[in-house]
Design a protein around this ligand. Structure first.
Ligand SMILES: [Zn+2]
Length: 453
């Protein structure tokens, strides 16, 4: 049996998570098989210095959006201008280029302390819409990238059928740039999704790569197709959707269907415990009530929502209503679980004029087991415990940012630069910002990004 010895670690205790000293973890089959406190390291143990936290779960990612970081701020580009640039980048993807890029992006996530990612994947086909040979060329490239980086992947195969909501609910056709995102209707997508699940489960370990489902948005999936998905999507698969990210989406939805996007999902029985609504920025009190009653998850992406000027979503109100809050880095303007936690609370403070809207413990829960229902692969609880997958991040308590901070309040001082070691499935995969198999993510990214204009 392998072991890790942690100088300090955040562990589950009767009175809630607590930081203990001298914590030894025995691991077996990638899980924590034993946890003892107040002991010294045994011969052969790998020593993790600093404070060991559960690794984080990234519940919303579009890996290729990493191309856009620091490149969309000329002039006064708004969300829709950003989206045009994003489509240009999507147009340049091939399975080969995407595998290289996604490997680098996933490596960046790993060194930052993420051990799992839900990849909201919609670039399915060739630029003219024809499938790749073997049908799943792009999807398997993303899966191989995750395996190379050693990150757990929930590959959210996304249904994207329409370019927008037209008058009276008629779907606008996909634009030229969007054609490669499409499928032959909802039934065609369900068939392809089933085939992809079978292929992935045969080719990859299920605790590392599993398939989930996503609906792009109510803009991208017309009402009659929502109904087909509600009737036919297998019950055991997580389902994600971009929800009310922009007021324009709400306006178009109300005009066409007479209800908000959340109301439209409720109409078809799609607001459930297995649903993860991404962003949920512009909600009515009734939307919040519906999501809470359903026990759905909301994936807040605070750094993306700030970068894109989306607005501040009602995270506290959602949580109070019964929604589980999780976090995602979405377009990767920032890949840093600590900054994402902090930005969630900062948004609340700026919006409400009050401090302490989320406790540090709640922020850590949002970055970890808040994503449990959103993922098809295992997620760490908010504190270490026996039986959990052994996904860990050690954080330096003596950096210029963290020195003097109480470890349980690192959400307000640490950054990914303070993450010293990352363990996934019981394997040490990154140390001091370097991926142990792949090297420096910065070099991988620079190399991969050369292939894009
Ligand atoms: Zn997104």
């Amino acid at each position: 049996m392998n072991g890790f010895w942690c100088e300090e670690a955040l562990i589950e205790a009767d009175g809630g998570p607590t930081v203990a000293t001298g914590v030894r973890l025995e691991t077996q089959d990638g899980r924590i098989a034993g946890l003892t406190v107040g002991v010294t390291a045994e011969p052969g143990d790998q020593v993790l210095k600093g404070v060991v936290f559960p690794a984080a779960a990234n519940a919303h990612s579009h890996a290729f959006h990493r191309i856009l970081r620091g490149r969309t701020h000329d002039g006064r580009g708004d969300f829709w201008v950003w989206r045009e640039q994003m489509y240009r980048s999507a147009g340049e993807l091939t399975p080969e280029k995407y595998e290289k890029l996604a490997t680098a992006v996933f490596a960046e996530m790993v060194v930052a302390g993420f051990s799992s990612v839900a990849e909201f994947h919609y670039v399915h086909h060739q630029p003219d819409g024809r499938p790749y040979a073997g049908k799943h060329g792009m999807e398997l490239a993303v899966a191989r990238a995750a395996m190379a980086a050693g990150i757990r992947l929930t590959l959210l195969d996304t249904l994207y059928l329409a370019g927008g909501i037209g008058a009276g609910g008629a779907a606008a056709p996909l634009s030229e740039e969007q054609v490669r995102f499409g499928d032959a209707g909802a039934h065609g997508w369900l068939e392809r999704l089933g085939a992809l699940r079978a292929e992935v489960s045969g080719a990859f370990p299920p605790e590392m790569v599993s398939v989930g489902a996503a609906l792009h948005s109510v803009r991208g999936v017309p009402e009659q197709d929502l109904k087909i998905v509600a009737d036919h999507l297998p019950a055991d698969i997580p389902l994600h959707i971009h929800l009310s990210e922009q007021p324009a989406e709400n306006d178009a939805c109300r005009k066409a269907y007479g209800v908000t996007p959340a109301g439209l999902l409720a109409r078809h029985g799609l607001l459930t415990r297995r649903l993860s609504a991404v962003h949920a920025t512009h909600l009515t009190p009734e939307d919040i009530r519906l999501l809470g009653e359903a026990g759905s998850t909301v994936v807040m992406c605070p750094t993306t929502e700030a970068d894109l000027a989306d607005g501040i979503g009602p995270a506290r109100a959602l949580s109070d209503a019964g929604v589980t809050i999780s976090l995602g880095t979405d377009q990767h303007a920032v890949i840093d679980p600590w900054i994402e936690m902090r930005a969630l609370e900062h948004g609340e403070r700026l919006g409400s004029g009050q401090r302490g809207r989320f406790t540090p413990g709640e922020l850590l829960a949002a970055a970890t087991d808040g994503a449990a229902a959103a993922m098809a692969t295992p997620v760490m609880p908010a504190a270490l415990r026996t039986g959990a997958v052994c996904d860990l991040m050690a954080v330096a308590p003596d950096s210029v940012r963290t020195a003097g901070s109480v470890a349980q309040q690192f959400a307000f001082s640490a950054t990914a630069s303070d993450v010293t070691d990352v363990v996934i499935a019981g394997e040490l995969v990154a140390s001091d910002g370097v991926h142990r198999r792949l090297g420096k993510p910065g070099s991988l990214l620079a190399e991969a990004l050369k292939e894009f204009s």
